[in-house]
Design a binder for this molecule. Structure first.
Ligand code: ARG
Length: 461
């Protein structure tokens, strides 16, 4: 990047050029050049609006479009020379435009300020990113559905307090993940909808004296409408905070999935196998196969939560309207976007490739007295109050613990020793299959309910 002595964009009232360190310190071009496409699209829409309103001549407008196309081509070809002295993406592009087309380039900034320009660019960039995130989240949902459809009747222990609680199906567990992602997508969609208004024309803060039509540029850029208030347009970054907050909640979900994958793939659980291509080995321990992808995603949630706090703190106490503080919104937004896109992509690739170790899942479900509630429910159906049934089954479980046997492995006589309401039909509800099949209602774990949930999910995805 080249340096430059007197700033050509606003040098008029200055008698000395900016301190070299201050120039570099206040510049944002190192990171905001990521928004070059949005900046050029915004400029084109602004120029078209100016032209349609007879503020900009046809010749100037045509030259501006042609020049902007050339600038974009140079950026994309890697031949564009970014300059720190020109501070940010906006002034770099405008200066290059003027270098190409001369005086017409200087007319582009009529009725506009970098304040509404940057507020427009970042919204456009985020809107596009939200669409990319949504597509990846949808791909993850499809991966979850794929695995859930394969494992809809695979029995595994359901946990509370990470202690075996009741038998569930693996498909049911996966569909819980699906629901979380469904809400994450809707949170991002809300964020997009609230953000999709055009700040262009707000200018520095108060609007402009030219006869602009903000509806034209808003429509050209695919915004729902222009923003209502010029001060609000250039000053608030609540959409960035909302994005960070939706992203944090989503990463919190991914970190929970990660934790489960890490646990399930340890030999201590041995519920799943993660394909080798998502794991790494150890340089010292030859036997190791580490679940790096879920571990890293779990870890990456931290930086997203941190950015949420950073953005909240950035905006807290800022007086209206624009302040240079706002330049600090971009790096967190970009980092959140990269982190979220990478994490979701890794999950979307990995989840459908998970291999369930059905026998181990089944065995672990049997070892945990997971049908104890079913036995209590059985006694209730035979007329015993639930609290008494709880007590009776607790005693049976104690015998099971003492003699290392599941309830289903006790004889009818032994079980009848706890209550004479127990008959031979008890064994139907003590089996794992009987237990899951009995939870046969909307939202329950019975395999046919899981199947129905998968069908409903396919319809709404
Ligand atoms: N680089 C600035 C930002 O990211 C652009 C707006 C600067 N406006 C100003 N009045 N200094 O916020």
């Amino acid at each position: 990047m080249s340096e430059q002595k007197v700033n050509q964009q606003w040098g008029g009232r200055f008698s000395e050029s900016t301190d070299a360190f201050v120039q570099a310190f206040t510049a944002s071009v190192q990171f905001d050049q990521r928004m070059y496409k949005e900046d050029i699209a915004g400029s084109k829409a602004h120029a078209e609006m100016l032209h349609r309103q007879n503020i900009l001549s046809k010749e100037d407008f045509d030259l501006i479009i042609k020049g902007l196309n050339e600038v974009q081509a140079a950026i994309e070809a890697g031949t564009f020379e970014w300059s720190v002295a020109l501070e940010d993406v906006h002034m770099n592009i405008e200066s290059a435009l003027t270098g190409k087309i001369g005086i017409s380039g200087k007319r582009l900034h009529t009725g506009r300020s970098r304040n509404d320009q940057v507020a427009t660019d970042i919204r456009l960039w985020l809107r596009n990113t939200l669409d990319l995130i949504d597509a990846e989240l949808k791909r993850l949902q499809l991966g979850i559905l794929d695995l859930a459809a394969r494992e809809y009747d695979t029995i595994m222990p359901g946990f509370t307090h990470l202690q075996v609680a009741q038998p569930i199906t693996f498909g049911h567990h996966l569909m819980a993940w699906f629901e979380m992602i469904k809400r994450d997508r809707s949170r991002f969609a809300d964020c997009r909808a609230r953000m999709n208004y055009s700040p262009l024309g707000a200018a520095a803060l108060a609007g402009t004296t030219y006869p602009i039509d903000r509806h034209i540029s808003a429509e050209l850029l695919g915004f729902d409408a222009p923003t209502e208030n010029s001060l609000d347009s250039v000053s608030d970054r609540d959409f960035a905070i909302e994005f960070a907050s939706s992203a944090s909640i989503m990463m919190m979900h991914l970190s929970r999935f990660s934790e489960e994958l890490v646990l399930w793939s340890t030999p201590a659980f041995d519920f799943i196998d993660l394909p080798d291509r998502f794991c790494t080995g150890s340089s010292i321990m030859p036997q190791k196969k580490n679940p790096d992808v879920p571990e890293l995603v779990r870890g990456k949630s931290g930086r997203v939560f941190g950015h949420l706090m950073g953005l909240l703190t950035l905006m807290k106490s800022q007086p209206l309207a624009y302040n240079k503080d706002n330049q600090e919104d971009k790096e967190p937004i970009f980092d959140i976007a990269d982190t979220v896109l990478g994490s979701v992509r890794a999950f979307a690739d990995m989840v459908p490739a998970i291999i369930a170790k059905k026998e181990n899942m089944y065995l672990r479900t049997k070892l945990g007295f997971s049908t104890a509630t079913d036995l209590a429910d059985y006694l209730v159906r035979k007329g015993m109050p639930f609290r008494d049934a709880h007590e009776v089954v607790g005693k049976a479980v104690k015998l099971g613990v003492d003699t290392a046997r599941d309830l289903s492995e006790m004889s009818l006589d032994e079980l009848r020793g706890f209550s004479d309401l127990i008959d031979a039909d008890v064994f139907e509800c003590l089996t794992l299959e009987g237990s899951v099949n009995a939870r046969n209602h909307f939202g329950g774990t019975a395999p046919n309910q899981v199947k129905a949930a998968i069908e409903r999910a396919k319809a709404v995805i």
